[in-house]
Design a protein around this ligand. Structure first.
Ligand code: UDX
Length: 450
């Protein structure tokens, strides 16, 4: 099928490349001309494992191309996937101006019937507004538009695998034709009939994805409700960690056993500096806003947000307790990305932490395997290290702010020798307190006996 993708950010680029990978003819556009130039020159605007080679192959085989001409992109596809950003407004609501802008272009440029698929994360009822906008902006044109919601559940760092091996594909539709068309698009994923370009533990033996057909509003709600629930789960684990710390219990032991109950599940129970990134925090805010506007008091989620915001203070408290005076002390920071396997620093707890340390007069030397280039502009007073060992050199404390595997596998004996004082504050519970103690470290983490 000929597919157009509008928006070449995380969602658009991964979706476009994966749709090309499973056999469609995809053209992708973005309002950011420099991003398109980078892509056309074979570069990657983001770091996402497996994406670069997939894009290169699809372009070589002419299944994927980029174009700055939005009108031409709209004309090209039978289905148009809207993957533009929906950033938070000051009041927490989602800014839907990019969707409105796309609706205008689609409505005025389309010359044949189109299926318009909303893939960006949007508040429930956006689909209704989108449909109305298409008909208002396209007044006079003889083209018909069908609208569907097809939320993505891509995690940064594993987005390619998540697209090609999802647990479920949710489609919010208003008629059977739309459902059939979407099913055709996803057929290779549903039947698992494509050569998987990446290694994924669930491939090829895992169960095929569930095909979930709902109304448009339900599909929109599923996405916001899922992300908000994940945020809630993390904040819950963080509160239990605080309690465990006071009571002398071990949060690792607690969440391990909790997670064995299939009704709870083991994931998203890791305590620490809390959740960041461009999805969980903003989706939570937008969901609370939507609830309030709809007359539903969702204070529960406000609490989850507050708990998350307090994590940096709590970590800083631990740092101060350990160091007594922070001013002028050399502190190494491991990790800047909001989570491992990405270079994304948007709403990253690590960045907030570094700002706090700088404010308090610390001398920060930071290292991240992928995110330093993006962090440089944001952190002008930070020295960037060449490696984790380099960040540890001469420091009086080493902080772990992102749970990169690389940090787990460090030669910690060597790290200790590099440091002026062997003090590690682990904001992600990445390491074992017993082993760190054995290696001669003073070691603090969240919710575990030190
Ligand atoms: C999220 C959703 O998981 C995904 O389904 C959706 O499509 C987009 O938003 P992502 O933003 O990539 O994905 O990050 P995610 O893996 O969910 O992690 C979010 C944050 O929570 C990270 O900062 C991570 O470090 C933190 N986290 C995660 C915890 O603090 N504890 C956990 O147990 C899990």
């Amino acid at each position: 099928m000929k597919i157009s993708v509008i928006g070449a950010g995380y969602v658009g680029l991964v979706s476009g490349a994966c749709l090309a990978e499973i056999g469609h003819e995809v053209v992708c556009t973005d309002s950011d001309a420099s991003k398109l130039r980078t892509l056309e020159a074979g570069g990657m605007p983001i770091y996402e494992p497996g994406l670069e080679s997939m894009v290169a192959r699809a372009r070589k085989e002419r299944r994927l191309r980029f174009s700055a001409n939005a009108a031409e992109v709209v004309t090209a596809g039978e289905a148009i996937f809207i993957c533009v950003g929906t950033p938070p407004l000051a009041n927490g609501d989602a800014d839907l101006s990019a969707i409105d802008h796309v609706a205008r272009i689609v409505a005025t440029e389309a010359k044949s019937p189109k299926l318009v698929v909303e893939k960006s994360t949007v508040p429930a009822r956006t689909g209704r507004e989108l449909k109305r906008a298409l008909s208002v902006y396209g007044r006079g044109a003889k083209v018909t538009f069908r609208v569907a919601s097809n939320p993505e559940f891509l995690r940064e760092g594993t987005a390619v695998g998540d697209f090609l091996h999802p647990d479920r594909i949710v489609v919010g539709v208003e008629d059977d034709t739309t459902e059939r068309q979407l099913k055709d698009i996803y057929k290779p994923v549903l039947d698992r009939k494509f050569n998987c370009p990446i290694h994924n533990p669930s491939c090829p033996d895992g169960p095929p994805p569930a095909w979930v057909v709902t109304t448009i509003s339900s599909a929109e709600l599923i996405k916001h409700a899922s992300n908000s629930f994940l945020a809630l789960k993390i904040s819950y684990a963080n509160m239990v960690a605080d309690l465990a710390e006071r009571l002398g219990a071990d949060i690792g032991e607690v969440t391990r056993a909790m997670g064995m109950d299939p009704r709870i599940g083991p994931s998203f129970l890791s305590p620490g500096l809390g959740f960041g990134g461009f999805c969980l925090p903003k989706d939570l805010q937008a969901f609370v806003f939507l609830a309030e506007r709809s007359g539903v008091d969702f204070n529960l989620l406000r609490e989850a947000e507050k708990i998350n915001k307090r994590r940096i203070d709590q970590f800083y408290q631990k740092i101060r307790e350990a160091l007594w005076v922070v001013r002028d002390k050399p502190i190494g920071v491991l990790g800047l990305a909001f989570k491992p396997n990405t270079d994304d620093i948007r709403f990253a707890p690590a960045i907030d932490l570094v700002h706090r340390l700088i404010e308090e007069g610390a001398r920060v030397r930071a290292y991240d395997p992928e995110a330093m280039e993006k962090a440089r502009e944001l952190l002008p007073h930070v020295e960037f290290a060449k490696s984790a060992y380099d960040a540890a050199k001469g420091s009086e404390a080493l902080l772990i702010a992102t749970e990169w595997d690389e940090f787990r596998r460090l030669d910690w004996d060597r790290v200790r020798r590099e440091m002026a004082r062997p003090l590690v504050l682990d904001g992600r519970n990445l390491l074992s307190p017993a082993e760190m103690k054995k290696l001669g470290f003073e070691y603090r983490s969240f919710g575990r006996p030190d």
